[in-house]
Design a protein around this ligand. Structure first.
Ligand code: GAL
Length: 380
């Protein structure tokens, strides 16, 4: 049986993933509580519809039929029951495997079991598979293994979003879209601190042309709201840095997979992750990547992203360690004042129009901070 819908990632996928906070420390109760809170706290309504269990969910060995089996200790009711619960909340359910013989944490991988595993996942009712890149036999070719699992999923009789995770390695940009994957990790692993965010962002500055509807560059799961706690909580970020992190992921059309503990989320993290204006930039139906319109000193950047309604998202980012202004001359984006036009700016954090500007706009921005606007070209 073939899947019903062809297009599972018209816009960047959104959801929650267990890895960043919980690592191997996952179980049925956590997943049920998270499903409850994704709905009760407004995340589903904001667009976060995939709940994904990462590595460490299975028994250490396949069962007597060669099938993957959920850990009896962590998931005593089995994965079908967990999937049913997640679905009963109106969410979609995602799981994890690896194209090697073992997952990165040492659990059984899908190498040479691709078809049988795709069938197992479909029989449990999963809607999303994250597929990792560890422990591949050295003779195997990564792209072949992703193509194989994509094919196994496409014939499994269910719409399953395929989330490739090979960390941007082995020229993935050249072959991933044609494999059938719907999103792909184009970066190494994120950890919860400013250096990690800055480095991941810098690594993606030239990767825009590879991302678009159908298959999006994935800059890795969000660390917003972790405050240095949990599996990848190496130091934590300030609120300013979390805002910049989320705004960058939104401007770059990265999938938005929340990584903090939604059950105990802070008000500020919840407000940021549910910022409708930033989410609408990320989810813009045209899925265009931004271009770099200005780069001052290598650490003050302005990005422009054309949107489907004729407006532009403009992101000013201050990567430097000082409070400073960040400049954009409208000439550089095609709006000279001699033309008789200027730019009206709507602030995506204040949620209001801040004015019409002629020639240029250069907000003062805190160290590691940003300012994000939706811009209209208007007659002066
Ligand atoms: C890494 C992957 C992480 C996480 C981890 C699980 O390779 O990039 O996102 O899935 O494996 O072991």
């Amino acid at each position: 049986m073939l899947p019903k819908k062809a297009m599972l990632s018209r816009t960047p996928p959104m959801g929650w993933n267990s890895w960043n906070t919980f690592g191997s420390n996952i179980n049925e109760e956590l997943i049920r509580n998270t499903a409850d809170n994704m709905v009760a706290k407004g995340f589903l309504e904001a667009g976060y519809n995939y709940l994904v269990i990462d590595d460490c969910w299975s028994e250490m060995k396949r069962d007597e039929n060669g099938r993957l089996a959920a850990s009896k200790e962590k998931f005593p009711d089995g994965m079908k029951a967990v999937a049913d619960y997640v679905h009963s909340k109106g969410l979609k359910f995602g799981m994890y495997s690896c194209c090697g013989t073992r997952t990165c944490a040492g659990y059984p991988g899908s190498f040479e079991y691709e078809y049988i595993d795709a069938e197992t996942f479909a029989s449990w009712g999963i809607d999303f598979l994250k597929y990792d890149y560890c422990l591949r036999p050295t003779i195997s070719d990564g792209k072949h293994l992703y193509r194989k699992m994509a094919m196994a999923l496409r014939r499994a009789g269910r719409d399953i979003l395929f989330s490739a995770c090979n960390w941007g390695a082995d020229n993935v940009y050249d072959w991933i879209r044609s494999s059938g994957a719907h999103m792909f990790r184009s970066t190494g692993d994120i950890v919860d601190n400013w250096d990690s965010i800055k480095n991941l962002y810098r690594s993606q500055m030239e990767k825009g042309p590879y991302s678009g509807p159908g298959c999006f560059n994935d800059m890795d799961m969000l660390v917003v709201g972790m405050y240095g706690k949990g599996n990848v909580g190496f130091g934590g970020c300030s609120e300013e840095e979390y805002r910049t992190h989320f705004a960058l992921w939104c401007m770059f059309n990265s999938p938005l997979m929340i990584g903090c503990d939604i059950n105990n989320i802070s008000d500020s993290a919840k407000e940021l992750l549910q910022n409708k204006d930033l989410i609408s930039i990320n989810q813009d139906p045209e899925g265009r990547q931004p271009y770099l319109a200005n780069n001052t000193n290598g650490d003050r950047h302005t990005w422009i992203k054309p949107m489907a309604n004729g407006e532009y998202a403009i992101g000013y980012f201050n990567l430097s360690d000082n409070r400073t202004d960040v400049l954009l001359h409208f000439w550089d984006i095609g709006v000279p004042s001699l033309s008789g036009y200027g730019v009206e700016l709507y602030d995506c954090f204040k949620h209001e129009v801040i004015g019409v500007f002629k020639d240029f706009y250069n907000p003062i921005i805190e160290a590691h901070g940003c300012a994000i606007y939706k811009a209209k070209v208007v007659k002066l």
